[in-house]
Design a protein around this ligand. Structure first.
Ligand code: ZN
Ligand code: ZN
Length: 264
């Protein structure tokens, strides 16, 4: 497996260098690791203006040269709300050679998703609002993998220790999945929810099954790890879940294309 969603000290909330994160991946016997640092453009975000991609690529090359030993080190990025900053996002993608681009909704209505104000309308309305924003992003933004499709569940768990079933959002979630399938983009199973006490990763079985039913094939696993001990977090659970949803393999990306498949 490859851990396709990780953050190093090139993200403000990352704690370790690429070499340290790589050692953790190697200790687990992973085939590779993708460093997907935060690119954020809302001035209130702690990642705003933080990422220095020249320094990122310099460290990536140096780490490949010193320590890869056959493990794939892949260049990635996690774009936060790229649909709200189309020119900035396009300029960044045109300038740097990424292997994998994750698109993530982190902000709603000029508010960060991980703080209480976005939930003022109540959990149910906020869930719906979150998915509407994901639909908007998927419709216009350039990315390869949709990050943590139902992140709003993790945020509502973090803040209120409460999660809602997603049945009432089934129609809008279908719209997201259909857009991904028809545009040839994919999903991640993000295991950070498990780390924070959710019963399932984000997304869970029902959404993965539905994605498969709709013809979805492109799937990757990501720990969303910000520390070495997060790498490959509960990938055994994620594999079981992917298999239960009808997947037999995950995608391997290079230069923003699926170039191979890895059996689960
Ligand atoms: Zn994210
Ligand atoms: Zn992330």
């Amino acid at each position: 497996m490859i851990d396709c969603h990780t953050h190093t000290t090139h993200s403000p909330d990352g704690t370790a260098s690429m070499a340290t994160m790589l050692r953790s991946a190697q200790a687990l016997g992973l085939a590779g690791i993708t460093f997907t640092e935060h690119a954020e453009w809302y001035p209130g975000d702690e990642a705003y203006g933080y990422l220095d991609l020249d320094a990122y690529f310099a460290e990536l090359e140096a780490t490949r040269a010193c320590c890869a030993n056959g493990t794939r080190l892949l260049a990635g990025i996690e774009l936060g709300n790229p649909h709200d900053f189309p020119e900035e996002a396009a300029a960044l993608l045109a300038r740097y050679p990424f292997d994998l681009v994750i698109g993530s909704v982190h902000w709603l209505d000029n508010l960060p998703g991980w703080k209480r104000p976005i939930f003022e309308q109540g959990l149910e309305a906020t869930y719906q609002r979150y998915f509407e924003e994901v639909v908007r992003m998927v419709g216009v933004a350039d990315f390869d993998i949709l990050g943590h499709l139902d992140l709003v569940r993790r945020d509502s768990w973090d803040l209120f220790h409460e999660v809602l079933p997603l049945d009432r959002c089934a129609t809008i979630i279908d719209a997201i999945l259909e857009q991904l399938v028809t545009s040839g983009r994919g999903l991640e199973i993000n295991t950070s929810g498990l780390r924070k006490g959710l019963a399932e990763p984000i997304p869970g079985l029902r959404i993965l099954q539905r994605y498969r039913e709709l013809g979805g094939e492109i799937l990757v696993l990501g720990s969303d790890g910000h520390r070495p001990e997060h790498i490959g977090w509960r990938f055994d659970t994620a594999r079981d879940l992917a298999r239960a949803a009808g997947f037999e393999r995950v995608a391997r990306f290079s230069q923003r294309q699926v170039v191979d498949w890895i059996d689960l």
